[in-house]
Design a protein around this ligand. Sequence first.
Ligand code: MF3
Ligand code: CO
Length: 290
Amino acid sequence: MEKISRNDPCWCGSGRKYKTCHMALDEKIHHYELQGHIVPRRDILKTKEQIEGIKESSVINMAVLDAVEKMIGPGVSTQQIDDLVHEVTTRMGGIPAPLNYEGFPKSVCTSINEVVCHGIPSAEVILKEGDIVNVDVSTLYKGYFSDSSRMYCIGKVSEEKKKLVQVTKECVEKGLAVVKPWNFLGDMAQVINDHAKANGYSVVVDIGGHGVGLEFHEEPFVSYVTRAGTEMLMVPGMVFTIEPMVNMGSCEIYIDDKDGWTVYTEDGKPSAQWEITVAVTQEGHEVLTW
Ligand code: MF3
Ligand code: CO
């Protein structure tokens, strides 16, 4: 990190002197680093202005999910969801971030039952009574990315699937509750994994969350299976997703080798996921998308 003097303008662009702006915070972070902890680099800490930008993007992201909620149901194809996501996002001035992302062919991911994530919308896939489906929406607006997903129960759903959906939501809530400065990402992982396990479920290991905001996927990788006291230190200005994938059976997964995207549970049992984007603040946290 470049050396900055007390009276220099702060690196964050606030216009204030370093000593009255980020100096104390940097010293505290450095203290943790000396103890061997993983700490965030400056460039992943967002300024107030950047967080405002991510929030504007998030407004669109949540409006899209609200619109999906109104139209989703038995007989609706996942292509119809994709069409709606594209229409609402672009009408509000945004761009669906998944579209053409590393070759992803659609505007949204739709993941039904044993599909863990990254399901590709299709006119041939029709939602039916009893399905649980994750709709994962990501928006680019004025250079800022937001990312969140919700589960929808289609018609009457079995008690055991309903419970999976509910417990997965609770995992996110419990994880969120420990998001505050000077905790670790592993503290969040631990409470999420513990809650899933206590209900007989497993958390996917190989796919996790991520920093988000200036890019779709930024550092850090966010695991939901690591231990308290490990992983990156939480520092004000960090923005990341909480998006555990919780499997009713084993945590083993595989990727469809034909489309290269769709992720399935190895045992064919259902999987659920909720995703929010959260910012670490001085006081604790602020949820940017739900
Ligand atoms: N929205 C997903 C996430 O939470 C990423 C989807 S990648 C895509 O990270 F290419 F499928 F869009
Ligand atoms: Co995400």
